[in-house]
Design a binder for this molecule. Structure first.
Ligand code: ADP
Length: 274
């Protein structure tokens, strides 16, 4: 045991000596408040992580169960007609495609969200990028039954800093959704306009729209993975809009959705111009 002077050096901080009890209590309250907030944020993200894992395992399990049943069926049959074999293999094929789709999207989202991976950012002319995208997209047979419109003023004269490949993926996701959730003959419009130093890019459709309650959740992985399926529409991975938001946020932009059930939906992306 050392002498008294040494003990004092170890156990007393000069800060404590100079603060009154009131100041110390206030500091303690503030620190407790901050800790509580951090704890709440951690609990929230832990809850979201658990929900996401549970939804992903659910979505992985469904096609695997179907594949397993088809294989069991094939194994249990002594004689199988060519037609039965073809239709059972067809089921397996579609379910494997669902699985591939889901796994590819999960990996894509993981890569985009990983701050350690750099995006391939380049500065491009906004009008050229949007026009090129539009004229490449409209020849795709997915849009054969839609009225495709371009509403981008030619004189916007601005550049945006984007990862071109990933932003093409963003527009692809929004365009395919617009086509998926609207009937034949309906229109899909790619628009753009300037607001101060921000470029607003819009993808609008006049399809089935989204309920007010659902709009709040469509960008969440946990929600889109399992709860937002629309009857009659071929199931996607449910991660499309999460990927869209993740890319745009990493490019320093924002995205939001306005929708009226029965009338249509508009997604608006805002990106800083240069
Ligand atoms: P997925 O389409 O694979 O389910 P997304 O993340 O792309 O997943 O979309 C999430 C949900 O948002 C969709 O399931 C659908 O209910 C809704 N949604 C997205 N885009 C539109 C749209 N343009 N019109 C109507 N509903 C849409």
């Amino acid at each position: 045991m050392g002498d008294n002077t040494n003990d004092k050096n170890i156990f007393e901080s000069p800060q404590v000596e100079s603060d009154s009890i009131e100041v110390l209590s206030l500091k303690l309250l503030k620190a407790t408040d901050e800790l509580t907030k951090k704890n709440e944020a951690l609990n929230k993200s832990e809850k979201a992580r658990k929900e996401m894992l549970s939804n992903i395992s659910h979505d992985l399990r469904a096609p695997i169960t179907a594949i397993r049943s088809s294989i069991d069926l094939l194994n249990s049959m002594n004689d199988i007609s060519r037609d039965d074999l073809k239709s059972t293999l067809g089921i397996i094929d579609r379910r494997v495609a669902n699985l591939e789709n889901l796994i590819n999207d999960m990996y894509y989202l993981f890569c985009v969200e990983d701050e350690g991976r750099k995006l391939d950012i380049e500065t491009v002319d906004a009008v050229t990028f949007l026009e090129n995208y539009f004229f490449d997209a409209i020849v795709d047979s997915r849009y054969d039954n839609h009225d495709m419109q371009l509403d981008v003023p030619a004189d916007l004269n601005c550049s945006i800093a984007i990862d071109v490949q990933k932003t093409v993926r963003v527009l692809d996701n929004l365009f395919t959704n617009a086509a998926k959730y609207s009937g034949d003959g309906s229109s899909i419009t790619l628009g753009a306009g300037l607001e101060g130093e921000w470029l607003k890019i819009t993808v609008s459709d006049n399809g089935i729209g989204i309920d007010e309650d659902a709009v709040k959740h469509i960008f969440e992985r946990t929600y889109t993975v399992s709860s937002a399926r629309t009857p009659g529409v071929e199931a996607g991975s449910g991660l499309g809009l999460s990927i869209v938001r993740a890319v745009i946020e990493r490019e320093g932009g924002t995205i939001h959705c306005d929708s009226t059930p029965g009338c249509g939906t508009t997604f608006t992306i805002e990106l800083k111009t240069f």
